[in-house]
Ligand binder design. Structure first.
Ligand code: FNR
Length: 378
């Protein structure tokens, strides 16, 4: 087998290896997948304006993140059910993130528990001075607030550094592959943050569609669709950890996040899996960055597949980015080693993008370094 050279190589191998049920679940976007495709296509419409003769012998990729220093701005996004990609699941992702000195976020509906992921990070972090344990926990707010509180408390106790409240999923988006062939959770896996059997649904009649998949029913039955900013305030009142909101796509909501005391926002459309025809995240970013005006950090996920995409996101106002599906492809490709290979590739691509654009440090990457691709019209 020839060596993989980019994320697309890893994706191709992963898609060939993954069983159909997992492949459908991981690849799908909602409805016609307009937003899913735009997430990547929008990056291609942006060009990078290089500056030359800038002495780029040394390039510093480090970024400050909630008071700590990450080795690069390429972070691991929270995505559910990672053991469908490889038996190591979320443990492969945390070990890769620790080794690369970057933030890892764990989904509420993970297949390794908060404690297992915490233990894996703690076991690795002391073994090399460059390793970092920067775990953030992604929270879904359950109708049952005691369940939600239990997750917040366990994440805090296990040493997570922040809580990310996902705010774009009052219902699971309409993913057509999932409707045509309802997704099934493999029998040997369970939602590891809940007691065995707790994730079993009580009564199918409570859901709006008898054909919906297990996961769509789970969201309808369990996740609170009535959330407002008061519920974000409630999360803040239950923890001393910084609270970020994930799923913001408008400047108005970004300003509300600042006003409601959030410690950061993640510009995200859930990888094109929620509202179809929502803007691509890179197109949504700049107005948000202008409105926030550096009052709180801004992170972005959605469609990042290359180091140049990372560069473009930072130029347009992101402090750092998260990758979602690339982690899943990496796990399917080669488990924990796959995650290391994937992060190595993205970090090297980003280092090269910075150097060739004439940027020695992250603060050199700004709006002047990008332009919209357009034909010259005199
Ligand atoms: C996700 N995402 C997600 N987000 C979240 O807040 N909680 C979750 O449990 C999940 N689960 C999940 C599963 C799968 C299979 C995917 C692909 C995505 C969204 C994720 O955090 C992130 O926003 C996107 O994946 C980013 O887009 P890319 O990098 O996949 O293009």
């Amino acid at each position: 087998m020839s060596r993989v050279s980019c994320i697309a190589d890893i994706e191709k191998i992963a898609l060939d290896k993954l069983p159909r049920n997992a492949r459908n679940y991981y690849t799908s976007g909602s409805q016609d997948m307009i937003t899913l495709h735009e997430n990547q296509d929008s990056f291609d419409r942006i060009q990078i304006r290089p500056r030359v003769l800038m002495d780029v012998e040394k390039v510093d990729m480090t970024v400050k993140v909630l008071g700590e220093t990450a080795a690069s701005p390429i972070f691991v996004a929270a995505s559910a059910l990672q053991k469908m990609a490889d038996p190591i699941g979320e443990i492969g992702g945390i070990r890769g993130a620790v080794r690369h000195g970057v933030v890892h976020s764990l989904s509420s509906i993970s297949t390794a528990s908060i404690e297992e992921v915490g233990d894996a990070a703690k076991a690795l972090v002391g073994t090399d001075p460059s390793f970092r344990d920067m775990r953030w926990f992604q929270l879904y707010i359950y109708k049952d607030r005691s369940k939600t509180l239990n997750l917040i408390q366990r994440a805090t106790k296990s040493g997570c550094k922040a809580i990310i409240v996902t705010v774009d999923t009052p219902y699971l988006g309409r993913r057509l592959p999932d409707i045509r062939e309802p997704f099934e959770m493999p029998a040997h896996l369970s939602l590891a943050n809940f007691k065995t059997g707790e994730e079993k649904l009580t009564d199918d009649e409570n859901t709006d569609s008898e054909n919906a998949s297990w996961l769509a029913k789970y969201f309808t039955e369990e996740i609170d669709a009535s959330l407002t900013w008061d519920d974000v305030a409630w999360v803040k009142s239950q923890t001393t950890l910084p609270v970020l909101v994930k799923g913001v796509l408008s400047a108005e909501d970004a300003v509300l996040a600042v006003q409601n005391g959030c410690s950061g926002i993640i510009v995200s459309n859930h990888g094109g899996r929620q509202l179809d025809s929502a803007p691509s995240t890179i197109d949504a970013l700049y107005p948000i960055a202008k409105a926030v005006n550096k009052r709180i950090p801004i992170y972005l996920d959605g469609g990042i597949r290359r180091g140049t995409d990372v560069f473009k996101a930072i130029a347009l106002g992101a402090d750092a980015i998260f990758v979602g599906r690339p982690v899943l492809w990496a796990l399917a490709y080669d488990g924990e080693n796959g995650v290391n290979v994937m992060l190595d590739i993205l970090v090297e691509e980003f280092r090269m993008a910075m150097a060739l654009a004439g940027c020695r440090s992250i603060k050199d990457i700004n709006i002047d370094r990008v332009m919209k691709s357009s034909k010259y019209t005199p």
